[in-house]
Design a protein around this ligand. Structure first.
Ligand code: OGA
Ligand code: NI
Length: 348
């Protein structure tokens, strides 16, 4: 029997756990066999559809909108290139995030909170208050929009964190608005844009330390994103996998790109045309990995409902009206691990 650290050790996060060297994954992180990622085969990579943001703004817009529509229907995911956010902005975002996770534990601990709505929250696993098996991930979650309401709550160290993350969040919010405009246009819905622009932005900075036995655990369990749209920035380390045609496939990182995916709220709004696809993060034994998810959703007081434009005799309404309270109820209900939120909103 191997010696396992005391339970409360896990609450301090994976980085802390690994600090003194680990050659085995503690039991707390070992998934039941059917849920383990297993050994990866080389052909499990996928080239997601690539959308060129510059082309989308040009004479080719209609053709690019058609590719965008196809990507959202068939994959729920695409990679966005030539998006106009400068390399220095994304590089600073990644560098300052890594510096944050390198701070002494005491400095990070100040931001630990069990309040899911705290404007800044440092933590570990997926939901560390409930998870039976822990995930191999530490995170920093920041509320972002509007920035002036929130950035004073953000960590004051590293010294340039607020500036770098503030700049990054403004740029991604703006990009989100342009991409959302295109997605709505590709659906043929152009009269309902306002509520999508005044929504909520959260930044989830994920840190996946190198793991001695990556085949036994996951960085993030299978999930779909709750909101409208997610813009994911990843460093050049592989880890994101999406479910496609019943298989787990790895998304190959493209330098200077974003992985964009449809969330549950948008699947409901599109009455099921655009898919909120299940994905997960694997970890690896050689390299630690960093990703930043910019999560865009409707304001908590807005209900989401399938767009009437997309409903007719051939396309009956598929989902109930859904409020943020419905989502919170679902999160606190006992079966949340096995069933997707979306399933609970289906009418048939
Ligand atoms: C997320 C997410 C994937 C990744 O933060 O919701 O799915 O690769 N992240 O970190
Ligand atoms: Ni996700």
């Amino acid at each position: 029997m191997s010696l396992q650290p005391q339970q409360h050790m896990y609450q301090k996060g994976v980085k802390h756990l690994c600090e003194n060297g680990l050659t085995q994954v503690p039991n707390k992180y070992i998934l039941p066999k059917p849920e383990r990622p297993g050994i990866f085969v080389d052909d499990g990579c996928i080239n997601l559809p690539v959308i060129d943001f510059t082309q989308l703004q040009g004479a080719d817009r209609l053709r690019v909108l058609a590719s965008l529509s196809k990507a959202c229907q068939e994959f729920g995911f695409f990679q966005l290139i030539n998006h106009g956010i400068g390399d220095e902005v994304t590089r600073k975002m990644i560098d300052v995030s890594k510096e944050f996770f390198e701070l002494p534990f005491e400095d990070r601990q100040r931001y630990m909170s069990s309040d899911l709505h705290a404007p800044v929250r440092y933590g570990t696993s997926f939901n560390q208050n409930n998870d039976k098996v822990f995930c191999w991930r530490d995170f920093l979650k920041l509320s972002c929009h509007p920035l002036q309401d929130y950035s004073s709550f953000w960590p004051s160290s590293p010294l340039d964190l607020r500036e770098a993350m503030g700049e990054y969040s403004k740029k991604t919010q703006n990009l989100y608005e342009r991409v959302m405009e295109a997605i709505l246009e590709s659906l043929g819905v152009t009269n309902e844009t306002a509520i999508f622009e005044q929504g909520n932005q959260l930044m989830m900075v994920n840190w996946y330390p190198a793991c001695p036995q990556p085949q036994l655990t996951l960085g993030l369990p299978p999930h779909s994103d709750y909101g409208l749209l997610t813009l994911l920035l990843q460093d050049q380390v592989e880890g994101l996998q999406i479910q496609h045609n019943g298989k787990w496939v790895t998304v190959k990182p493209i330098p200077n790109s974003f992985v964009v995916n449809i969330g549950d709220q948008f699947e409901i709004f599109s009455n099921g045309r655009y898919k909120s696809v299940v994905h997960r993060a694997t970890v690896n034994s050689m390299k630690s990995r960093l990703s930043v998810a910019s999560l865009h959703s409707l304001n908590a007081y807005h209900n989401v409902t399938p767009s009437p434009i997309l409903i007719d005799d051939l396309n009956p309404r598929l989902y109930r009206d859904t409020s943020y309270a419905d989502f919170l109820d679902f999160l606190s209900s006992s079966d949340f691990k096995c069933k997707r939120f979306l399933e609970s909103r289906k009418l048939h």
